[in-house]
Design a protein around this ligand. Structure first.
Ligand SMILES: Cc1cc2nc3c(=O)[nH]c(=O)nc-3n(C[C@H](O)[C@H](O)[C@H](O)COP(=O)(O)O)c2cc1C
Length: 169
């Protein structure tokens, strides 16, 4: 799919077919994640690919939407703040880095004809426990992945004029 077509076609999918996702698609998606840019190229991230039914079901306690924990696959993106670039004013870029890699994932999945949905509204303590995350590894975003079983209605976006300023605020 042409790049701009992927950008336009990508939507948050909240209904998935039961069909499993082929491993070659998953591999290409993870390669798209791997080559994502990060501040100073520190790559302070880890991605957990979850296929096991019992682990998915346990994640229901972290985020209870059925379309989330019953999807064929869930990926949890984690950040490692201690490995991330820190600006002079002490701002840690781990969330930015993980978000970029995660959006690579989302767009690559869309290019493969797969649906995803960023999930940030989970209980991090439950995710930590269920996935056995060690200290210093933070769950930042999760997504179900599977073949879409819905066509979401169009959503509006702010106009360019509303969000872009020329030269100064
Ligand atoms: C950082 C982030 C967190 C999000 N968390 C959730 C979430 O917890 N649950 C959910 O259903 N959608 C979540 N979304 C999806 C947004 O609601 C969705 O992207 C937005 O409404 C625009 O719709 P679209 O993705 O179909 O274009 C999240 C999106 C982003 C970028």
């Amino acid at each position: 799919m042409e790049f701009y077509e992927v950008l336009k076609k990508r939507r948050s999918i909240r209904k998935y077919k039961k069909a499993p996702v082929e491993q070659d698609k998953i591999d290409r998606i993870l390669e798209a994640v791997r080559i994502a840019p990060s501040a100073a190229n520190f790559q302070p991230w880890h991605f957990i690919v979850i296929k096991d039914e019992s682990v998915k079901l346990a994640l229901k306690e972290a985020y209870g939407r059925e379309w989330f924990y019953t999807a064929p696959l869930i990926i949890c993106a984690c950040g490692e703040p201690a490995k991330a670039w820190v600006r002079r004013d002490k701002r840690n870029y781990v969330d930015v880095d993980v978000a970029i890699a995660f959006e690579h994932l989302v767009l690559a999945a869309a290019a493969e004809g797969l649906g995803t949905c960023w999930v940030g509204a989970f209980d991090p303590a439950v995710v930590r426990r269920v996935l056995g995350l060690p200290d210093g590894i933070e769950p930042i975003a999760m997504t179900p992945i599977g073949f879409p079983d819905e066509t979401p209605r169009p959503l509006s976006r702010k106009s360019t004029a509303e969000i872009v300023r020329r030269d100064r605020w």
